[in-house]
Design a binder for this molecule. Structure first.
Ligand code: SAM
Length: 473
C-alpha cells in the first residue's frame, strides 16, 4: 500500500501507485483543461505532486510543452539566478564486489585495472584539482567493504580538507558511495561531508533485482531506504538520481518524485540535489544492449518537468553529456555542473594510457575547467565556486528557508561573484579572466542591498589587490 510517510521502501515507492500514476498520466495527457490547471499551479512555485508532474511529462501537445519549457526556465532564473555551481568528481577506488550489469566496475570484470588511491595519491589528485581551480568535489567509489572501508573514507576526507596548495582549498566534499548504516552516516557527517549522494539507478524493483544480481547492492530495500538512514545519521543534504536508460523513464520520473515527497514528509526536508545521469558506453558496457535509452528531447523534457515539480532542489548534470546537450539543459533547470572531469582512478595527476583505463564511463565533454568557465560566462552565466551555505551551517531546512526568504540575491549572488573572482585571479587564462572581470563589473550592480553591494566591492578589491581569499556571506 502507498504511504508517503512509511519507512519501508515498498510503501513510499509503491509499484501500484506508480502504475496508477502512469495510467492517470496516459488518460490525461491531452486533457488541456487539466494541463492548464497543473501549469497554473506550477507557476505558484510550490512544486507539483508526482501525479501532476507525470501528466505534464506525458503530454505530447507541442504548444503546452513550450509553456512547460518557458516556465522551467523562469523558475530556474527566479531561484538560481544565472549562477551555476562548479564541481569535479574524484574517483578514490574502483574495487567493487557488486554485479551491476551496467557498470564496468562489476566484480566479474577481470581485465579493468583495479586501483585504490593511497593518501599520498589522493594528495596528488587534490593538488591537481586545486590547480585547476576546483573548490568542491564529489568523491566516488565502488563498494568493497574490505578495501573501501569507512575508515578509509574518513581518512581520505581528512586528507582532502587538509591540503592547502598555493591559494587552493577544497571547501566542500560531497560523497557518492554505497548505501551504509546510520552509524556510518553519522561518521561521514562528523567528518564534514556536504551532500551524501546515492543514485537509485532504477525505482522498478523487479528490474533493480535483475540489474544488480549479486553483491550487497542487490538488496533493493536497503538501497532505497539509504537516504532515510542518512537523515537519521544527521546528514540533511542528500542527493537523489536515477540512471536513465535502465528502465522506462516515466516510471523512474514518478519514483524519483515520490522519493522526494517521502523525504519531505518524513524529515521535513526534500533532497538537496537531483542528478540526471544517462547510461554511457564504458569498458565492457554497451548502452545499446539496454532497451530503455532516451533521446535528447525526452531527456530535456524530464529536466524541465523536474525543475517545475521541485523548484527548491538543485539539479546536477555531469560530463556524461556533451556540450550542446549541457547548454540546453542549463536553460531548463540545471544548477550545478562538473568541468574538466576524469572518471578514472588517479586520472587528474596522471592521465591513463587508453588501453589501461580504469574509467567508469566515457566522458562526452572533454573541455578543461577554464574552457567550461569561459563558455558559461559567454552565455552570461556566473560560474560559482561557492561553498558558503554548508560552511555557515545552512544545510537542510535552513538552506531551504534561505531560498524561500528571497535573500538569495543578497547572499548567493555575491558569494558567486567573489569566488569567481578568486578563480579568475588564481587559475584563469588571460582571455577567460578578461571576460570574467567584465561580467563581475556588470553583475555586482545586481546586488540589491546597497550595504551588501559595497561590502562585495571592497572584498573584490581585497581579492585582487591584497591576495585575500575566502570571503563569504
Ligand atoms: N558504488 C556506489 C553505489 O553503489 O551507488 C556509487 C558510485 S558509482 C562510482 C556512481 C554512479 O555511476 C552509479 O551510481 C551509476 O549510476 C553510475 N554509472 C555506473 N555505470 C555507468 C555507466 N555505464 N554510464 C553512466 N553512469 C554509470
Amino acid at each position: 500500500m502507498y504511504d508517503v510517510n512509511s519507512k519501508c521502501a515498498d510503501e513510499f515507492i509503491s509499484h501500484e501507485e506508480i502504475l496508477e500514476t502512469l495510467a492517470y498520466a496516459d488518460e490525461n495527457k491531452e486533457n488541456t483543461a487539466l494541463i492548464d490547471a497543473i501549469i497554473e499551479k506550477a507557476k505558484k512555485r510550490k512544486g507539483l505532486t508526482h501525479r501532476e508532474a507525470s501528466v505534464l511529462l506525458a503530454c505530447p501537445i507541442e504548444e503546452k510543452n513550450q509553456e512547460i519549457y518557458r516556465l522551467a526556465e523562469q523558475i530556474k532564473k527566479d531561484f538560481y539566478g544565472n549562477r551555476i555551481v562548479m564541481f569535479a568528481p574524484l574517483y578514490l577506488s574502483n574495487y567493487c564486489i557488486n554485479g551491476c550489469t551496467y557498470c564496468p566496475y562489476h566484480a566479474k570484470n577481470k581485465h579493468i585495472p583495479r586501483k585504490q588511491l593511497t593518501q599520498e595519491e589522493i594528495r596528488r589528485e587534490v593538488i591537481a584539482l586545486q590547480d585547476m581551480g576546483h573548490k568542491r568535489l564529489a568523491l566516488e567509489a565502488g563498494e568493497d567493504p574490505v578495501r573501501n572501508t569507512m575508515d578509509y573514507y574518513l581518512e581520505s576526507i581528512k586528507t582532502i580538507y587538509g591540503i592547502k596548495h598555493k591559494n587552493g582549498a577544497i571547501r566542500r566534499v560531497n560523497i557518492n558511495i554505497a548505501a551504509t548504516t546510520v552509524d556510518n552516516y553519522r561518521l561521514l557527517k562528523e567528518a564534514g561531508i556536504g551532500t551524501y549522494i546515492l543514485f537509485q539507478e532504477t525505482y522498478h524493483k523487479e528490474s533493480y533485482l535483475e540489474l544488480h544480481p549479486t553483491g550487497p547492492k542487490h538488496d533493493y530495500n536497503y538501497h532505497t531506504e539509504a537516504m532515510d538512514r542518512a537523515m537519521e545519521g544527521g546528514i540533511d543534504d542528500v542527493g537523489l538520481g536515477v540512471l536513465f536508460g535502465l528502465d522506462k523513464y516515466r516510471y523512474e520520473f514518478a519514483g524519483l518524485l515520490m522519493h522526494a515527497e517521502h523525504l519531505e514528509a518524513a524529515f521535513g526536508v526534500g533532497p538537496h540535489t537531483i542528478s540526471v545521469p544517462r547510461l554511457k558506453h564504458a569498458d565492457d558496457i554497451n548502452p545499446e544492449e539496454f532497451d530503455n535509452g532516451i533521446d535528447d528531447e525526452t531527456f530535456l523534457k524530464i529536466i524541465a518537468c523536474i525543475r517545475i515539480a521541485v523548484p527548491y532542489t538543485g539539479m546536477i548534470i555531469s560530463t556524461r553529456e556533451n556540450k550542446s546537450c549541457r547548454e540546453r539543459a542549463l536553460h531548463l533547470g540545471i544548477s550545478q555542473i562538473s568541468g574538466g572531469s576524469r572518471t578514472s582512478v588517479g586520472g587528474y595527476y596522471e592521465p591513463e594510457p587508453e588501453d589501461e583505463s580504469s574509467e567508469q564511463f566515457d566522458v562526452s565533454d572533454n573541455r578543461t575547467l577554464d574552457e567550461v568557465v569561459r563558455w558559461l560566462m559567454e552565455m552570461d552565466y556566473i560560474p560559482s565556486f561557492c561553498t558558503a551555505c554548508y560552511r555557515e551551517g545552512r544545510t537542510g531546512d535552513r538552506f531551504m528557508s534561505l531560498c524561500k526568504s528571497g535573500q538569495i540575491q543578497n547572499c548567493c549572488h555575491p558569494n558567486a561573484l567573489m569566488t569567481l573572482k578568486e578563480y579568475l585571479m588564481d587559475y584563469a587564462s588571460p582571455e577567460t579572466r578578461a571576460i570574467g572581470d567584465k561580467l563581475i563589473d556588470r553583475e555586482v550592480l545586481n546586488v540589491p542591498n546597497e550595504k551588501v553591494r559595497n561590502v562585495v566591492l571592497e572584498n573584490l578589491r581585497l581579492i585582487e589587490q591584497d591576495n585575500r581569499r575566502d570571503f563569504r556571506f
